[in-house]
Design a protein around this ligand. Sequence first.
Ligand SMILES: Cc1cc2nc3c(=O)[nH]c(=O)nc-3n(C[C@H](O)[C@H](O)[C@H](O)COP(=O)(O)O)c2cc1C
Length: 256
Amino acid sequence: MKVLAIMGSPRRNGTGAEVVRKIEQRLKEKGEVEIDMLHLADADLKPCRGCFSCIKLGEDRCPYKDERIAIEKRIEAADGIILVSPGYVQNVSGLMKNFMDRMCYTNHRLRFFDKKMMIVANGGAGLDKTLDALRIAIGGPEVVSELAYIQLPWPIRPKAIEKRERALARAVDRFHDAMVRKDMRPSFGNYMRFRFFKSASEAAKEYLPADHAYYRDLDGYYYDVKVGMGTRMAAAISMAIAVPLMKDMAPWLGEE
Ligand SMILES: Cc1cc2nc3c(=O)[nH]c(=O)nc-3n(C[C@H](O)[C@H](O)[C@H](O)COP(=O)(O)O)c2cc1C
């Protein structure tokens, strides 16, 4: 099994790296695993300059010729992804945020569906918010496991350490089991996104041509899979409620 850990800390040997070593150890107890570590601090990933070309015209129109494509290939080669960020002002680190910004087109045109994702926030207060941000960092992989790993600038009681390490073990087990199961059933969230973008990209083709080109030939879902009747009905109801509510902001919605 191949796992790519994407590290958002500027500190290569900080707490985030220590957590990944523990994750690796537990995964290795369960079977063969190869961990590829990508320190964003070492990557040539320029700060997004906000031209919007990747979303609007396609990621091949990004003005930067840096490591973004190589990073995509590393994600593609993995069975599982671990995103690790220290909590910075109750959010992700700047390095992780730039990675998210540079990958933002994947939240329009989703990919990496066969990947399972574990998200890890380390630090103290506000890690739930850091996890909220990490959950949507890349569009496509299923987030199967989440871990808030407490590391404070002072010693904590042994009881708290035990609790933290138990939570780590449980989170790794969930991640491992999901990678082994390889379940490709679409989550409701991804299915809703598909329905929304399929409808919106047709109606808004002049504004978002890359989305239109991507969704035009997709039918049913992003890949060949049977979507359950319950999911389809729940999505149809949600769309029927959401579309009129968005009419003022997106007058073209529902007009295709
Ligand atoms: C710029 C900055 C902002 C931080 N903000 C928070 C915060 O909001 N809450 C918190 O509990 N810790 C905060 N911390 C502490 C880090 O989250 C904590 O030390 C983390 O474990 C460092 O991880 P690393 O060793 O992997 O870099 C902050 C640290 C830095 C440098």
